[in-house]
Structure formats: C-alpha cells, structure tokens
Design a protein. Structure first.
Length: 260
C-alpha cells in the first residue's frame, strides 16, 4: 500500500505525497578528502619523522609552518588536524585515516560485501547491493529499508496485492509518473526498478514537511506512517501504531541477521 503523488513534470522534485495508502541513519562515513603531501617528504626510520617544507592537507586543512626535524618523537608545527588517526612518540602513525570516503555508495566500499550482503536476506545478491547503493545515494538507513521491504512484500519481488506491486508495494497510480521522473522502464515487478522507486518515495516521506523537527526513532516513525497512510491519512490519523508494531518486529529480525 503506497502513497499517492501529484506529478508536476516541469520540476523533477515537485511530486507531493498525497492520500494513497502504502503497504533511517546508516553506516555512512564522510571526510573532506584524502591526506596529501606537497613540496617535501616525510620519512620514518629509527623513530625519526622529518618534515621539510611540507604541506599536509587533511580534509582541506594545512599543517606545518616551515621546516621541522625531530628525532625519536613526533613534532607538530602549525595547526595539527588529525582525522581518525593518532601519532605516537616514536613518530609512527597508528589507527586509520578516514579520508576519501564518499556517501555515494560506489565510494563507500560498495565492494565490501560485509556492509550489505547477507545470505539470510531472501533477496538476490545483486538487488541487495542495488538497495545498499540507493540507500547511500539517498542517505537512507539500509536496515530500515530491508525492514520496510519485509513488511510490504516479505521480500517477494513479484508481490502483487491489488494495485500495489513489487518489493515496496508501489501503487499503480504512480507507475507512469515515477517511470518518467526517474527515467526507468515502467516495470513495477522488476526488482531493480521497484527498489529505485521505493527508496525514492520513502526519501520523499522522510523529507516531508511533517517530519520537520523530528530526529531518530520519531523521525522514522513519522516517515513510515506517511509512507503507509499518505500525507492526507497522516494528517487525519497521525502515527500508525499497528503498522509500526509490525515494522519493528521485522526490523529486529533483520538486525539479527547482521549480528556477529
């Protein structure tokens, strides 16, 4: 059961969530940029760090002021900016530098299957990866979206309940509009298409004006209720407690799949 939309094709984002019935933050890490060195060299040996006229840029910040040479200890000249790493007194770097990591899915170790693939999820591996990538692109919580699919279709790609179709149970009144807006085939029972449509629609619910001021679980609850009831239904009835009770049971199951 899904929301209804008013499609305004002149503006790609001007799709409002209206009165159709239907049926958040993930593991994203960002840092401004990779650490780089210019104009000099950094040497490590016999506990020595040598910096000669070097500029180190971590997340766009400059480190050093003129030459610095030390032996057996770490020296910092200028403003020290460390992103996720530590320098010990032997001049050796420990920890990991969180740099050059994007929130676009492709750059957040999308090839690291442990972040998105689980054989317990009754969904094709390619679709698990596609869902992960859509979540990173739209800044959605991957676990939340798996739980939503579980509630709506029980992970059955070809699920058809009246006019509602696919993983996210998209209503038929949206097919044409979503297809044109997102430039996808008009194939709601195609898992890849349905994943793109469903994550897009939940993203709209998550950023609806009715969620303003909410964070954490409250934000998720309001967005899920908007997704399930539609904006008009939410305005009339508010939070859908019965729907959320089922959702959180499903979410607990999904979470258990990822526990080590």
């Amino acid at each position: 059961m899904i929301l209804s939309l008013i499609i305004l094709f002149a503006d790609p984002v001007a799709i409002s969530l209206a009165d159709d019935t239907a049926g958040t933050p993930g593991n994203t890490v960002t840092a401004g940029g990779a650490a780089t060195t210019t104009g000099g060299s950094i040497g490590t040996g016999n506990g020595t760090v040598v910096t000669t006229g070097t500029s180190i840029n971590v997340s766009g910040a400059a480190i050093t002021s003129g030459p610095a040479i030390t032996s057996g200890s770490a020296i910092t000249t200028g403003s020290a900016v460390t992103t996720g790493s530590a320098v010990n007194t032997s001049g050796r770097t420990t920890g990991t530098t969180k740099a050059a990591i994007s929130t676009t899915g492709a750059a957040i170790k999308a090839n690291d299957e442990s972040l998105w693939y689980n054989p317990k999820i009754p969904m094709k591996k390619d679709y698990q990866k596609l869902l992960w990538e859509n979540c990173q692109e739209k800044k959605l919580d991957y676990i939340d979206m798996l739980a939503l699919i579980s509630v709506e279709s029980n992970f059955y790609e070809k699920c058809s309940t009246g006019k509602c179709k696919g993983y996210f149970q998209i209503s038929s009144i949206h097919f044409s509009g979503l297809s044109k807006l997102l430039k996808t085939p008009n194939k709601p029972l195609d898992g890849a298409v349905n994943i793109e449509w469903g994550t897009t629609m939940f993203s709209w619910a998550l950023h609806d004006k009715r969620t303003k001021g909410f964070t954490g679980k409250k934000l998720r609850d309001v967005a899920l209720s908007i997704y399930q009831r539609g904006t008009g239904g939410y305005d009339r009835h508010g939070i859908n407690k019965k729907y959320l009770a089922v959702y959180y049971k499903k979410r607990d199951i999904v979470l258990s799949w990822f526990k080590k």
